[in-house]
Design a protein around this ligand. Structure first.
Ligand SMILES: Cc1cc2nc3c(=O)[nH]c(=O)nc-3n(C[C@H](O)[C@H](O)[C@H](O)COP(=O)(O)O)c2cc1C
Ligand code: SF4
Ligand code: FES
Length: 560
């Protein structure tokens, strides 16, 4: 049994009871009953000798757990930015008119489903689909005849894959296991390559690997963060579907270098089809003898941890809290996970894209990787492109490519319109005007322009879009997803959203936004403990700045 040690910043939190995580037990009840009946929870509390209020505290945190019986059919429709740009408000109203009085159908408006390329996105009984297919899926669900969604895979290999179709994979991992590629050499190559974390914060990957490898504490853990939940962001979903072998090879190399025996992939529960692909690949690895209790003399085990829901779990320390079985509230940092991670032990955590880039960097070398970028930029970069474009999708391009390049790849702006604004790095990045279409989508140029590379998601808004309403839509996402741990984020995002909604409902615009929004933005940026609260009002402020003739350069706080 794993026992939770108490660590800085978490001592006083509800639910901090020693003992194993109760999340698997709650998942099992919900799978069996379809919800969490009280008598089941009382029985669980008695069996595991943990107080009922701890269990209630867990359940109330995670949106996936339900305490009322579900209707026959669950219809979830996304209302976040990329879907909103494709008329989700209107489609949701239509759905409510059609199914609102239907005793068998429950309609829920939800945050980004990670299917922004199928906007407006929906899911019927957790099976993702485009809203155009909802009626058929609801009819099938009533009859209990679901059609399971399949992961979508592109036909073309991506340029970050060193393996030609049909070629034997896991070459780099095999060399590392055979001792032909020493951990020190791997770290040196990663450092030389300049690879930075693709989960948003951009921390140098080689330095992170070196730090975890240098820790003496045992055991160590390696985790792939596949929680991707920010509006407009779906590149990791596509990488998982198309390149599970690269993600797993990167993760296993991380385990070998850091000295971890246990690796995990923390994946959002809405990525069921992609989770299936991962499970198949893990099985393949087992058959190849590259996972198991004796892999060239070492133990390498990989598990999938399915998230019980919530954008905040993508924040690395909230993710760890969740895996330990607590409410997924971010920890105060430092200490960072590299030193004090899962179960208080050194933990190497990288995003899906970061891990997927590792094999080719180690196979072809740091010079090859850096040469892939344009001008000052290095390497290759995945972007999810959504919003007002003809062909929303995931594109892997040379680092330093511009929004203009990506919009061209995505078939141009819908109906031949002009660009009104872009969000170059997902919902948390500041909006930029069309004058930045030729700014390289890279760390420094975007920071200089007053935005950030963020989660690698370019959201395109055509001319004529109400940008204040778009910024308010983004703020609603952050308000809804705030974990509530700190007051400025919890209360400030609610207050700011109410103020902006009043302005919009009164037909007002940027000039009518009261100064207290600027003050609230500063308060949230300066006092929130994690990146969610720090950036929640940034996009709105950037819209105010644009109206004054250019994107106001607001420094983006850095998340570790
Ligand atoms: C609110 C919030 C949500 C985040 N969501 C994700 C996510 O879904 N996936 C991810 O890899 N990183 C996410 N991050 C960043 C992680 O905290 C962490 O920096 C990252 O997983 C480290 O991996 P990398 O170095 O490969 O980027 C999020 C950060 C914040 C503040
Ligand atoms: S900033 Fe918001 S999301 Fe982050 S810990 Fe505080 S309340 Fe939670
Ligand atoms: S699925 Fe709607 S914004 Fe992503």
């Amino acid at each position: 049994m794993r026992v939770q040690t108490r660590h800085p910043g978490t001592e006083a939190r509800a639910g901090k009871f020693p003992g194993p995580s109760l999340i698997p037990a709650l998942n099992a009840i919900q799978r069996r009953c379809g919800w969490l009946p009280r008598e089941e929870l009382v029985a669980l509390s008695r069996d595991v000798r943990r107080p009922l209020y701890e269990i209630a505290g867990l359940i109330s945190f995670y949106p996936h757990f339900r305490t009322t019986p579900p209707k026959t059919v669950q219809l979830a429709v996304c209302h976040d930015l990329s879907c909103w740009l494709h008329g989700s408000d209107q489609r949701i109203a239509e759905m409510k008119a059609r199914y609102g009085d239907d005793v068998e159908v429950e309609i829920v408006e939800v945050s980004c489903l990670g299917r922004c390329d199928a906007a407006p996105a929906a899911a019927v009984d957790e099976r993702p689909l485009s809203i155009a297919d909802v009626d058929a899926a609801v009819a099938a669900a009533r009859e209990g005849t679901h059609v399971d969604a399949q992961a979508q895979r592109g036909a073309e290999p991506r340029p970050n894959d060193p393996y030609a179709p049909g070629e034997e994979r896991y070459r780099v991992l095999k060399r590392a296991l055979a001792g032909e590629l020493a951990p020190e050499a791997i770290i040196a190559t990663l450092k030389d390559s300049g690879l930075r974390g693709m989960g948003g914060a951009g921390f140098p990957t080689g330095v992170k690997w070196e730090t975890v490898a240098a820790q003496e504490a045992e055991p160590k853990y390696t985790i792939c963060n596949a929680d991707e939940s920010e509006p407009g962001t779906f590149k990791d979903r596509q990488i998982l579907a198309e390149q599970p072998h690269l993600v797993l090879e990167g993760l296993l190399l991380g385990m070998v270098v850091s000295g971890s025996e246990e690796g995990s992939i923390f994946i959002r529960h809405e990525y069921g089809p992609e989770e299936e692909v991962l499970r198949e690949e893990i099985e393949r690895l087992r058959e190849l003898g590259l996972i198991g209790d004796d892999v060239s003399g070492r133990r390498l085990q990989v598990e999938i941890f399915t998230s019980p829901g919530g954008y905040i779990l993508g924040e690395e320390s909230a993710l760890l809290e969740c895996m330990e079985g607590h409410r997924g509230e971010p920890r105060n940092k430092p200490p960072f996970p590299a030193l004090y991670g899962l179960w208080g032990k050194p933990t190497l955590m990288n995003s899906v894209e970061t891990f997927a880039d590792i094999p080719i960097i180690l196979e072809r070398g740091a010079d090859w990787w850096t040469a892939q970028g344009i001008d000052e930029a290095t390497g290759l970069k995945f972007f999810a492109v959504s919003g007002h474009v003809e062909k929303p999708g995931v594109y892997c391009v040379p680092g330093g490519s511009t929004a203009r390049d990506l919009i061209a790849l995505a078939g141009g702006v819908t109906e031949g319109r002009e660009v009104g604004a872009i969000q170059p790095g997902g919902a948390s990045s500041n909006f930029l005007g069309p004058e930045h279409l030729d700014t390289p989508l890279d760390w420094k140029p975007l920071q200089d322009a007053g935005s950030m590379l963020g989660s690698g998601a370019v959201i395109v808004l055509a001319e004529g879009t109400n940008l204040l309403a778009a910024g308010t839509n983004v703020l609603r996402f952050f308000r809804n997803e705030s974990c509530g741990k700190c007051v400025p984020c919890r209360a400030g995002s609610t207050k700011a959203h109410a103020v902006l909604t009043d302005v919009l409902e009164a037909g007002g615009g940027v000039a009518d936004v009261p100064h207290k929004i600027v003050e609230l933005e500063e308060t949230l940026r300066m006092t929130s403990i994690c990146g969610l609260g720090q950036v929640a009002l940034g996009p709105v402020l950037s819209v105010l700045g644009m109206d004054r003739g250019g994107a106001e350069a607001r420094e983006h706080p850095k998340d570790g």
